[in-house]
Design a protein around this ligand. Structure first.
Ligand code: AMP
Length: 500
């Protein structure tokens, strides 16, 4: 058995607004469009310019907030958070935003991402007297801000941000400013929009469409964007940046109507599907996709392969995501409740089924079974991302190589395990080229592909030893990995046609 690599994941959605008479309601609507980023807990902290108030609870946003609760938080500015926790950490104490009160003022804090040095920071802070109330990585930042010892909040924040490592998109709210800060790699997306006289900040641009805001700019790696009654001010807390935005945001996580670094998610997924058709064409009668996140790639595959795209699988929208069920049995039951095959579309046909990714293989095994039970003659599985072999330490809930089917079995073994007639994955270069280059000035385009390559763009700090141990036990000589920034590596294979 491989060593388990666990981390406190914070796979979340964040939204903030400054200078709006209905700031709290707007935050509610913004968070609603980010609900796909987290369903376990939700919260809002607001200010009227004098004090800060907050409310948070476990559950979906609509269950957490009633009209009365929102009215109690009325103010001119707010930040909010929807949380996707891994099992075992689903307690109220970890639901954000956190609200801290000091003699010198208060602040609210919301975090999307995962720190790689949270454990050691926590030890250091505890050893020098800090007391933590949660098991979340996020609390460490508040202690670091308080200890920085400068006069201005902004300067304290700059000092603190230089001490945390890993993936972070933070929103902070004080009585007089809203701050948005991004880690030096920009692992998680964070964008700024404008709504009449108000500024909004959100994990994804789909939130702007919901509240009627227009996109202004992305928060860039190493930046702190401060918004207050005097307008928007851009500060940098480090020049040492190396953009590497998470490729899983494009593959699975973000909503198709969002743009990340100017690249539309639906269009990127469709290009992945087209490339997959070129790389792994198979003769068939019909193409179908696993709803919802694979539909764009399936449309692209069908278009490039010259095959009809059909709705061969239907999703019951009222079942929570299977991925997050704590046990394998519950996950399988979840998939059964969630998806049905359309007999009229697949019976007697050779079917190509597209999924955006295979993690444990649970979903795909069940889908192949469903399609065959519904009479499909052949089922060919095509995956619009490369085999997921390495954990993510920057905020996506892929934590242990034990859980990753492609880390433990060959493609032929996986094909047999899921019962498909054939199975192929998109190549790493095909993926990078299809997404495009979020940061065209960087030789690797500024994408993090570490789940597929094992090349992590930063040191892993607290996780490095565990990772090396797990790799040693995995005994797989075909795998290479590094923790060093690979800027100087030959990346010519990644963007054969220059990306976009
Ligand atoms: P699995 O059943 O474990 O192979 O999970 C694969 C399914 O989960 C695919 O249909 C993906 O769309 C979805 N998926 C991929 N990555 C994640 C993630 N980080 N969190 C939740 N679901 C995911």
């Amino acid at each position: 058995m491989l060593n388990e690599i666990k981390s406190l994941n914070e796979e979340c959605g964040i939204f903030g607004i400054w200078n709006h008479p209905k700031a709290t309601e707007m935050t509610y609507y913004g968070l609603h469009s980010l609900q796909h980023r987290g369903q376990e807990g939700a919260g809002i902290v607001s200010t009227d310019g004098e004090t800060l108030k907050g409310y948070r609870h476990l559950g979906l946003l609509a269950d957490v907030f009633s009209t009365e609760k929102l009215a109690k938080l009325a103010g001119k500015a707010a930040i909010g958070h929807v949380r996707y926790a891994t099992s075992g950490q689903k307690d109220l104490a970890n639901v954000q935003p956190f609200l801290f009160h000091f003699q010198t003022g208060s602040f609210g804090l919301a975090h999307n991402g995962n720190l790689t040095n949270a454990k050691s920071l926590r030890h250091e802070l505890e050893d020098t007297g800090a007391i933590f109330q949660t098991t979340s990585d996020t609390e460490a930042l508040a202690h670091l801000i308080k200890r920085a010892g400068k006069d201005q909040f902004l300067d304290n924040l700059k000092v603190a941000l230089n001490q945390v490592h890993g993936g972070f998109a933070y929103l902070l709210l004080t009585e007089d400013s809203l701050y948005a800060a991004l880690d030096p790699n920009g692992f998680r997306p964070l964008a700024i929009g404008q709504l009449n006289g108000a500024y909004v900040v959100a994990s994804e641009t789909c939130a702007f469409d919901t509240v009627g805001a227009t996109f202004v700019q992305d928060v860039e790696p190493g930046q702190i964007v401060q918004i207050n009654d005097q307008g928007l001010h851009i500060h940098t807390y480090t020049e040492d940046i190396r953009p590497s935005i998470c490729s899983m945001e494009y593959i699975y996580f973000a909503r198709p109507d969002s743009n990340i670094k100017g690249i539309n998610i639906h269009a990127a997924r469709k290009r992945c599907g087209k490339t997959l058709a070129k790389e792994a064409y198979v003769e068939a009668d019909v193409v179908t996709g696993v709803p919802d996140s694979s539909i764009s790639a399936a449309i692209g595959y069908a278009e490039a392969a010259g095959l009809p795209y059909e709705l061969g699988l239907i999703k019951n929208r009222y079942v929570a995501r299977t991925f997050i069920q704590p046990s394998q049995e519950l996950r399988e039951q979840g998939v059964r409740m969630k998806l049905s095959a359309v007999r009229g579309v697949v019976a007697g046909k050779k079917v190509v089924v597209i999924d955006d990714s295979i993690v444990r293989g649970t979903t795909m095994r069940r889908i192949v079974g469903l399609l065959k039970e519904a009479g499909a003659k052949e089922v060919h599985v095509r995956v619009a991302s490369p085999p997921l072999k390495f954990p993510c330490y920057y905020g996506i809930d892929i934590r242990s190589r034990d859980e990753l089917i492609a880390a433990n079995y060959s493609i032929e073994e996986i094909r047999q395990l899921i019962g498909a007639d054939s199975l192929e994955f998109l190549s790493v270069s095909g993926l990078a080229e299809s997404i495009g280059q979020p940061y065209p000035d960087y030789p690797d385009g500024g994408l993090c592909l570490s789940y597929f390559t094992g090349d992590y763009p930063t040191p892993l700090y607290d996780y490095e030893e565990e990772f090396l141990e797990a790799m040693k036990e995995s005994n797989d000589p075909s795998l290479t990995y590094s923790f060093e920034p690979n800027l100087l590596k030959d990346t010519s294979q990644l963007f054969i046609n220059g990306g976009k």
